[in-house]
Design a protein around this ligand. Structure first.
Ligand SMILES: Nc1ncnc2c1ncn2[C@@H]1O[C@H](COP(=O)(O)OP(=O)(O)O)[C@@H](O)[C@H]1O
Ligand SMILES: [Mg+2]
Length: 432
């Protein structure tokens, strides 16, 4: 167990910057133009060369038929494949976030005037082509379109092949920063609304065979109209596909939000890992600070044991078969401490929280089940999003106060992630 709270993000740093990222907010001095094709010299044979006659199938004709199988839909029904636009289609406004590994900008679409966010994909130093993690991020965003998932607009390219940006709708806040600047915590009715939105997004991702694998408050964006959007699909992947011999990587989910089965080395985890993270987020909304602020994996395991009570044969029958279970000395059985930790939560709320933070992934509540939980129908009822207060947006240019430091997602996931066999990542090419 080597991961610690200070682990960096899994992908390689983006060192090479495009002119677009560096210039002042003026028009770029250099705008890449399509290269002019050199006037072709007349070749010796060209004078006499006649292109072969192209036979175009006439739709009205019953005699001429297309040259492909009659089971393949006509070409017009396929999505058009378009080249990506240039990043210079956008005017850079300000940098929203510069971690040591990724960078997100706020920008304006020069054609429509729309304000958007551009996230630079982490491609530098990639030796074996376009990284599968970057493809997964784009693929997951495209296949999980939903009211509560950040909207992807297109993918644009910079000056070189390592400068690829995902263009998304701009959302004013992320929940982690918001929790630190808010003068008072969210109300119960507001927490219900936020949880319903989060669960509805997670349910949608799972219904579309996508595991997010990095749910945490800094990856949840919130606009000034009381709506949250799940973002950062940088560690997402399809599930249900055949998996390589090594299984799924354990280098997923930022430490504090990581499910116990991953901590104990499970390689066959599934949707339940996202629901554990949802439980940690629920607790964070209630406490106004992260639930498990551990420095390393061992400390996290002992914090989980303390809150939930140590796992037993009945609470987690498969515990002893997990790869790392033998390396851990179980403390003597203790009752859980949920009530002491959350004294003001109703019994229904506590029941929901405990259903997320359940040891056995088989027994952990699903997103679809959680949406039906009585907590959401008891008083106080969820607040209508329109009634949420609004806050000044740090991301829209004001100096941002650095919130509490939470650990980053684990290093090396992109290396292991590419070992996980995944056959269906290239399903869509219609990015534009
Ligand atoms: N669409 C967006 N609108 C506004 N801010 C965003 C958007 N996407 C990301 N951000 C900001 O950038 C931060 C980092 O983005 P994220 O996608 O989580 O990248 P990383 O992989 O570096 O964590 C987020 O925590 C959020 O503050
Ligand atoms: Mg993130």
């Amino acid at each position: 167990m080597s991961a610690s709270a200070s682990e960096p993000r899994p992908s390689t740093p983006s060192k090479k910057r495009s002119k677009w990222e560096e210039e002042d907010d003026e028009e770029p001095l250099f705008v890449p133009q399509p290269k002019r094709r050199a006037k072709s010299k007349p070749s010796k044979i060209s004078d006499n060369f006649q292109p072969p006659a192209v036979q175009v199938a006439d739709a009205s004709s019953t005699i001429s038929r297309p040259m492909h199988s009659r089971f393949v839909p006509p070409r017009t029904r396929h999505p058009p494949i378009q080249p990506s636009r240039s990043v210079y289609s956008y005017e850079r406004l300000n940098q929203i976030e510069e971690g040591s590994y990724g960078v997100v900008f706020r920008a304006r679409d020069k054609q429509t005037g729309d304000i958007v966010a551009l996230k630079k994909l982490k491609l530098d130093e990639e030796k074996s082509g376009f990284p599968i993690t970057a493809l997964r991020e784009v693929y997951a965003l495209m296949s999980c379109r939903h009211e509560n998932v950040v909207g992807i607009r297109e993918v644009v390219v910079g000056d070189t092949l390592t400068q690829v940006f995902v263009v998304m709708d701009f959302i004013e806040h992320d929940l982690k920063s918001l929790l630190t600047v808010m003068p008072s915590p969210f109300l119960q009715s507001e927490i219900k609304t936020l949880m319903l939105q989060l669960l509805s997004a997670v349910n949608h991702c799972h219904e579309n065979w996508i595991l997010h694998r990095d749910l945490k408050t800094s990856n949840l964006l919130m606009n000034n109209r009381g709506t949250i959007k799940v973002a950062d699909f940088g560690l997402a992947r399809r599930f249900g596909d055949p998996v390589g011999v090594g299984g799924l990587t354990q280098l997923v989910v930022t430490l504090w939000y990581r499910a116990p089965e991953i901590l104990l080395g499970a390689t066959t985890y599934s949707t339940a890992i996202d629901l554990w993270s949802v439980g940690c987020i629920f607790a964070e909304l209630l406490l106004k600070e992260p639930l498990f602020q551990a420095q390393g994996e061992l400390e996290l395991i002992s914090m989980i044991f303390k809150l939930l009570g140590a796992p037993t044969k009945s609470s987690w029958p498969d515990y002893s078969s997990l790869p790392l279970a033998k390396t851990i000395t179980l403390p003597s059985p203790q009752p859980h401490q949920f009530r002491q930790k959350f004294p003001y939560l109703t019994s229904a709320g506590l029941d929901l929280l405990m259903s997320f933070l359940t040891y056995d992934p088989e027994c952990r509540i699903t997103a679809a089940e959680a949406l039906q939980h009585p907590f959401f129908t008891e008083s106080p009822l969820p607040k209508h999003p329109d009634l949420f207060g609004s806050f000044p947006s740090a991301a829209a240019g004001e100096k941002r106060r650095k919130p509490f430091d939470s650990p980053t997602a684990p290093r090396g996931a992109h290396l292991q992630a590419s070992d996980e066999s995944n056959v269906n990542m290239f399903a869509r090419q219609d990015i534009a």
